[in-house]
Design a protein around this ligand. Sequence first.
Ligand code: ATP
Length: 446
Amino acid sequence: MPRALTKPVELETIVSLAKRRGFVFQSSEIYGGLGSVWDYGPLGVEMKRNVKDAWWRAMVRERDDIVGLDAAILMDPRVWVASGHVAGFTDPLVECDKCHRRYRADHVHGKVCPECGGTLGEPRQFNLMFKTFMGPVEDDAARIYLRPETAQGIFVNYENVQGTTRRKLPFGIAQIGKSFRNEITPGNFIFRTREFEQMEMEYFCQPDQADTWFEHWIDFSLGFFKRFGIRADNLRTRVHADNERPHYARAAADVEYRFSFGWSELETINNRTDYDLANHSKHSGKDLQYFDEEKKEKYLPYVIEPAMGADRTMLAMLADAYDEEPGEKESRVLLRLHPDIAPIAVAILPLSRNDRLLPTARRVHELVRPNFNSQFDDTQSIGRRYRRQDEIGTPLCVTVDFDTVEKDQAVTIRDRDTMEQVRVPIEGLVAALRDRLDEIRRRSAS
Ligand code: ATP
């Protein structure tokens, strides 16, 4: 679909739409807001859930080689020693000698404070894990961490899952859940926050197959973003240089999106080798080797990991879908979201709040509701309601008017992108909506 807007939408535009329409609010706003922590409102929770469902479907339900897991956020603290996070999950922190603002050393250029021009001191390593205590005693023995990645929950359950599902290599374990990082410089709205959701999959394979699977998972990831509406022109992959790879990875590549603030990471694909399983074997004393029945040998599988952020993906999808079409009086703002991602798929709009229309409109809603995520809206004028639905990305609106009840038992379906309207009998409405959503799905994929 050709867009009216030709350059990346400014972040402030998305932030203000998100607030105005109830996608995202600042955490604890009535207390002035907790910095860089966000709450998802009625539409945001629907959309983020759709993002996660789309990933789960593509990753787990549509494949034979991947199963799911939902591990706890709190884990034995020795896990984070074994994984290397206690020693190595750090960012270099620099502090300004004048205003005492703190920055991530790799996010600033040179030794000059970007805010006040003061001098930045020598970098020191700052561990990003949130610490807390378990049980009533607050001493070192009770110290635990909020997980900084979901992956370790998968590694420590590797044997449980492999044993209960009797999987042979290669196979993967997928998980969606919250992670926490005490980021030095969070920002850019929901792009970098201290509490966020990850969608991670650890793919266990024979060591000599790891490079092939690494390529596979890069292609898969790009395919996922394109399938659910992000334009190919706004995506690219970037292989990490030797000095930027995480401590556990032998090879890493990012999938990046062209935001208004520059190309930025949505996902990393890592070749974690046998780093995690080897360390957990060593620290737990449990032999995590795999017995290869064909080769008649034991070895530690290699792991390829696509790790994606749900919040970042949602931000990229919002930014990519945003469009403004110039109009005679005012421009039309719309989100060209993929139908599987849009918070509402179908809106039911009685032409007016007239007693002759409402019972039929309600009946139409009851017909549609079991099939699509739908919303009934009878406030304001029909023009304003169309604009509101456009702005929240609803692909289809169904209008019930006086002809519906007095003449033809038919309703009008309006397409968000083309604004085309077609009249269809109520009897065939669900099938017609399904066809139209399919068409928009095809149109949204790139
Ligand atoms: P960055 O370089 O941006 O700090 P990272 O390389 O440390 O990110 P990974 O550890 O590879 O991130 O995590 C995988 C994914 O989790 C990222 O691609 C991103 O989508 C998401 N993610 C990581 N940190 C954050 C955060 N602070 N806020 C939101 N999402 C995050």
